[in-house]
Design a protein around this ligand. Sequence first.
Ligand SMILES: [Zn+2]
Length: 352
Amino acid sequence: MIKHVVITGGSGFIGSHLIARLLPLGFKITNIDITNPRTLTTVATSLYQHTQDLEYLPGDFRNRLVIRSALEKADAVIHLAGSYNNGAEAIQTNSYGSRFIFRELARHSHHLKKVIVASTSQVYGEGEHCCSACELSFFGTRKTSDLEQKKFDVHCPRCGSPAIGLANNEENGRAPSSVFAKSMAAVEDTASEFAFHTGVSTTILRYFNVFGSGDWRNNPGKEILADIHQNLLNKQHIILPEFGNCSRDFIHVFDAVEITLTCLLADLPELTLLNVGSGNARLVWEAAEELSDICGIRGKSLQTSAFTPGEPRSSYAETSQLKKLLGFKPRTNFRQGLEELTRYSGIMVDAA
Ligand SMILES: [Zn+2]
C-alpha cells in the first residue's frame, strides 16, 4: 500500500492542487521544490502549517543529498518538476535531470511501488492529420517559412489541401518539434528504460493544456488561458496568435489531479502512457471570448499573425485509454472550469 509520496515540483500549479487533494486521503507527502510554498499563496500553502504529514524539502531534484534523503521513506514518486524553457535550460533540467533522478530512483526501486512522471502533449508535435480527398493520414509538419507567410494550416503532402488534425493517440508515436518538446521526449525515454530495467510500475502522463486557479507561473505563453486572464485583469490587449484559430485541449486542473491520483492508486502495468486531456479541441479565440464573458471584462482581442515555431496548429487528446484503464471521464466542463479559474484569481497570486 502506498503511504509516503515524494512529489518533485510540488510548489507548482499542478503540484499544489495535487497535494491539496492527496493530504485528506491520509498520504504522507514530501515536496521537493526550489520554491518554498510558504512564500506563495497556492491552494496548498496553508496546509504546511496544519499537518505533520506534509514536509517541504528545499532544493533542486538534481541535488543528490536532497533526493536521497527524501527517497529513503518513499513508496511512490510523482516527478512533476521541470523547465518550461525552450532552450538549454530545458535540456539541462529535463533531459539530463531525468537521467539523474531515475538513476536515484533505481537505487530505491526495491521499495518503490509506483512512479508517475509528468510529460506534455507537445511531444506529439503537430500530431496526426488526415486529408479527406486523398484518404491519407500522416504526421503533420509546418515550415517556419510558411508560417511567416501566414500559411498556418497543415497541408496534405500529396494534394496540398488543408488537412484535418486528428486526436493525439498514445500509441501513434511522437514528433516533438521544439527544444522543450524534445527534452520532454527524453524524459519519457528515460522513464521507459527505468520501468523496463526495474519493473517498477511507471506511468507517463502527457498533460495537455491544464488550466485553473493558482496558475502563478510567470511564464508568458506557456498556459494560454492563464495569460489571457492576466491580460484581462490588467486591461491589456489579448494577443491571439495565428489569428486565434489554433485549437487546444483544455483540461481543468481538478480533472488533471484526479487522473494523477487514480494512476497512483490503480494497479497499472510496468509502463503506461496516458494522455491527460478532455478529448475536445477548442479554438483559442472562442476560449478567450468565453473567459472575457465570465470575467465581465471586454478585453481587446488582437487576432494577430504572430506564431511560435514548434507550437502545434491543433492539439487534442484521444481519451479512450483514460476510459479503458482508469474508467475516467472529466467532471469539470469548460465553463465551470473557467469560473473556478476566475473565482480564486484574486488570492492565488505570488505573494513573495
Ligand atoms: Zn490530399
